[in-house]
Design a protein around this ligand. Sequence first.
Ligand code: FES
Length: 181
Amino acid sequence: MSFSIPAPLEARLDELVTHYPVKRSASLMFLHALQEHFGYLSNEAVEWTATKLGLQPVNVYELVTFYPMFRQEPLGTTHVKVCRTLSCALAGSGELRDLFCKKLGLDSHAHAPQTTPDGKFTVEFVECLAACGSAPVILVNEDLHERVSTSEAEKILVEGGRRSGSVGGSAAKGSANPAGK
Ligand code: FES
């Protein structure tokens, strides 16, 4: 797979390095910028970062694998994060996640984030989303949904289907397969 960094982005990162006493200190900023641009951090992005900053790839991989905000796989167009911490768990977040997984044909027992094969949805169980008083809570891309009912979860799937271009598809018709598989 070819990997190329747009010239303006590379220029921005080159300039960024000059703000730090040692190149290595710019590692996290590089990773944030590359993830923002590509949507995730591929092996090529990690190796490119290491080369740029005079590091070994393992020095960059240890950052990518340590911090939960970094992703090594591309996400679906609609990213559903379901809170699994106590308040939300007691309010039924496990059932919500099961519903999302069932409707999308994903494994509800998997630990890692799961993405539908068509790239439309990613479903992930996460820790507290800081809205415990209105559990159960889910984050859909940048939008926080509070006191989520099963009917609202169904609507979220339909909206996600629309966002990824399947308006009027199976999700909008209430079938058990909004990913269109
Ligand atoms: S426990 Fe779910 S938002 Fe805090």
